[in-house]
Design a protein around this ligand. Structure first.
Ligand code: SAM
Length: 286
């Protein structure tokens, strides 16, 4: 339960490039609160200047969030309201603030969102990929082996997958996505959204990886990568190894037996292998 003598912690989204995306409410709240906790106060000073806001700022980043949280909670308990902003977009989305929000809630302080821009959602809204279900993966691991392992764990994910990536890793990240998800998997690069060089390009992963590797301009600025989810298991063909096993068995055995043995070897469902064998036999006859 929040205590109504406390201040309010406002979590305020700011633009991801185009300052016209600042909401009227965000500007008002930032000018009315007692203090703004900002990821980088120098960076945010430009935003506040632009909107004529002179509220005091306090730095809150991943290295000082624990200490600053205690100081901010004290203010909130004294009835002063505080706003949290990050360098761009929605705080806590691949940005600091989680500890502060958690601590405020635990202390009974009301936490109120002031929604606005978020690069992941802006990218999703124009990508032309399914939006009914999606997963946000944030930044992939920077080291290649860990990155590939993380992608391998997502290969069969059926929802649209959204990643953030930094400019200097974009090309290698796309190459790993292509190698792990397959050359043909549809994907989208959404770069510099809301800015002068905004680019949204949809293409199979192999094409996207080659395009970015061959054009240094596409590696500049800020990017969101989106990968179409895999088709559901029942619509997917067999992987190459399961198909090879089934074909070898079909040369010697009736369909039912071949499917049962292939199921025992691969761990796949017998019915699926049986149906696949029937379909490929009828395709051979046609
Ligand atoms: N909290 C932010 C949000 O709501 O989108 C994201 C912060 S995260 C530290 C920064 C990453 O967001 C960038 O590396 C990039 O992947 C993505 N991003 C931010 N602004 C973007 C833009 N204008 N166009 C494309 N991607 C952007």
């Amino acid at each position: 339960m929040s205590n109504n003598t406390n201040g309010v912690l406002y979590v305020v989204a700011t633009p991801i490039g185009n300052l016209e995306d600042m909401t009227a409410r965000a500007a008002r709240v930032l000018s009315e609160v007692a203090l703004i906790a900002a990821e980088d106060t120098r960076h945010s000073a430009r935003l506040l200047d632009h909107f004529g806001i002179d509220t005091k700022m306090l730095p809150l980043h991943e290295h000082n969030e624990a200490e600053q949280t205690a100081a901010l909670l004290q203010l909130l308990r004294q009835g002063k309201s505080v706003a949290l902003i990050s360098d761009a977009g929605t705080p806590l989305v691949s940005d600091p603030g989680f500890r502060l929000v958690q601590a405020a809630q635990a202390a009974g302080v009301r936490v109120a969102p002031v929604p606005g821009a978020c690069a992941a959602i802006a990218a999703l809204s124009v990508a032309g990929l399914p939006t009914d279900r999606f997963v946000f993966e944030g930044f992939p691991p920077p080291k290649p082996a860990a990155r590939r392992a993380a992608f391998a764990a997502l290969r069969a994910e059926t929802r649209t997958v959204i990643f953030y990536e930094t400019p200097h890793r974009l090309a290698e990240c796309l190459q790993d996505l292509r190698d792990v998800f397959g050359a043909e998997r549809p994907a989208v690069l959404a770069r510099e959204l809301t800015k002068q060089y905004e680019t949204v390009r949809a293409a199979p992963l192999a094409e996207l990886a080659a395009w970015v590797a061959g054009d240094a301009n596409q590696q500049r600025g800020e990017s969101v990568l989106l990968v179409r989810g895999a088709p559901p298991a029942e619509e997917r063909g067999l992987d190459a190894e399961a198909e090879r096993i089934l074909r070898v068995l079909l040369q010697e055995l009736p369909v039912k037996q071949a499917a049962a043995l292939a199921a025992a070897i691969t761990g796949l469902k017998k019915n699926r292998l049986y149906q696949y064998a029937l379909d490929s036999k009828s395709a051979e006859r046609d």
